[in-house]
Structures are given as structure tokens and as C-alpha cells.
Design a protein around this ligand. Sequence first.
Ligand code: C2E
Ligand code: MG
Ligand code: MG
Ligand code: MG
Length: 281
Amino acid sequence: HAKDSGKGRYEVFDASMHKKVQNALSLESDIREAIDWNEFEPYFQPILQLADNKLKGFEALARWQSRKRGFVYPNDFIPLAEETDLILEIDLQIIEASCKKIKHWQNMFDDDSLYVSCNLFCKHFFSSSLPRDIEKILHSTGLAPQNLRIELTERALLENADVVLANMQALKRMGVKILLDDFGTGYSSLSYLHRFPIDVLKIDRSFISNVHEHENHRAIIKTIIDLATNLQMATVGEGIENLADAQLLQQMDCLYGQGYYFAKPMSALDCTSYIGSMLTN
Ligand code: C2E
Ligand code: MG
Ligand code: MG
Ligand code: MG
């Protein structure tokens, strides 16, 4: 009897493995189709100046409006898109759509300071075609390079340092700013930081969340802000969910903030009314 159930377990295991592989294959082919069908679109989350709650720009966050799967969040497609390199194409589509929207809003609201900050998978920085890809998008959308920011994570700084540095320098020469995302969660070696032309550190949400109740998080954030200031970088606090955290960050000289307390990521349509309400009040 025991033998039977043992055998049964193997079959269940095989079946579930099989199902996993099948799911990954079908997700991959759906992502491929979605790229052709243009189903990826940016949502926009406001970034504000903490001293006066002035709207400065937006982070573009990919959403997938799948005709097969419905509304899909990044956590459910980015990992496989990274494994298969399909993210390279998705990122460029998101950047292009974002630049187009920001340019449109700049005209509509007569404010050419609004910027967009786009996430880029680390592998883009390992390829010498990156500056040309970005330049093409800026040219076709008419957005000034000063209004585009690129977010990368610490992962991009660990390999191929020469190519990564050359790409960053090329972007900087064009006028595009570089942000280091999720700062504090990656590889704790700080020795590389000063070698790269990074303009802004984004302090990871895990330190920000309810910081007014966590003395030790406060110490970490203060250290990151001091480090950034000494290296002439600005800071953005990510994932601010309440007034107390927003106020505390501002007191600690964090210049900019982003989070559900201010606004969730929005569709372009909702964002248009949001900008209207922010710029006229
Ligand atoms: P990220 O770049 O660190 O983006 C911030 C994430 O935190 C977003 O999740 C945002 O919706 C969420 N967030 C913002 N404020 C709050 C808050 O107050 N509370 C909470 N709980 N969450 C908040 P999202 O949109 O699900 O994106 C997840 C990650 O997926 C991003 O993290 C980024 O690493 C990746 N991603 C998103 N869009 C793209 C893209 O176009 N290209 C690439 N390569 N990666 C992307
Ligand atoms: Mg980001
Ligand atoms: Mg982040
Ligand atoms: Mg993140």
C-alpha cells in the first residue's frame, strides 16, 4: 500500500512539473504575441517634491492589458520576460509610449519641466546599442533628453563595468539622467557607487514603509541620504504610504517622494486629470 502511494506521489510530482513547464511556455508565447499586438502600456506614478508637494514627474510602470489573460502586473510577466530577453523589446516599447505621453502633457499643460523615469533591465546596459536606441526614441517622440530618466538596479553595476560605464556616460552626454533603483537592497558593497555617474538614489520601499515607527530604518535612511548628498546625488523615497512617513523623510532632507500616499500608478487617461488638478491648484 505504502509503495502505491509512493508511486502516486511521483506521478503527481511529474504532472505538476509538466504543468509548470507548459505554463511557462504558454506565458512566453503570449508575451511574444503581446509585443506584436502592443498590449504593454505604461502606467504613471507621480514623483513629488517633499518640501511643497509640487509635482515633478512620473515613474512609468509597465502594465499588460492582455486579451487572453486580462490585466497583468509586472511581477507576473517581468521575471519570464527577463529570462527570455523579451524584456528588451518591452522596455523600449514602454519608454517610447512614455516619452510620447510626457511630450503630449508638456504641450497640453504648458509645462516643459515634467519628466518620466523608466525602468530598464540591466542587460540593456551590457549592449553598445543602448544610446542609439534611446536617441531614436527621443528623436521620434520629440521629448527633450532632460525629461527622460533611466532607472536601473544595482545588478547592472556588478558585471561588464566598462561597457555599463560607457553607456551611462553616453546617456549623460545626451542629457538623460540616471537613477539607481531599490537602493539598499542589492549588494551591499558601496565601493562601486562613486565610479558611476548616478544622479539620483531611490531609497527602497522596505526602509520607507512605516519608518516613523522604526528607529533602525530611520538610521539607514539617514545614512543613505548623507551618502547621496556627499556624492552629489539627490534622493527619492519610494513607497510612501502615509503622511507621517512623508513628513519624516522631508525632515531628513530627502528631496523627492513617491508612493500610494500621494497617488497610485495611473493609466494615461486618469493621469491627464491628475496633472490638471495638480497644476491648477
Ligand atoms: P520598481 O521600479 O521599484 O517600482 C516601484 C513599485 O512599487 C511599483 O510596482 C509600484 O506600483 C510600487 N509602489 C509604489 N508606491 C507604493 C506604495 O506606496 N506601496 C506599495 N506597496 N507599493 C508601491 P509595480 O508597478 O508592480 O512594478 C514592480 C517592479 O516591476 C518595478 O519595481 C520594476 O522593478 C519592474 N518594472 C515595472 N515596469 C517595468 C518596465 O517597464 N521595465 C522593467 N525592466 N521593469 C519594470
Ligand atoms: Mg523603478
Ligand atoms: Mg524601486
Ligand atoms: Mg522594485
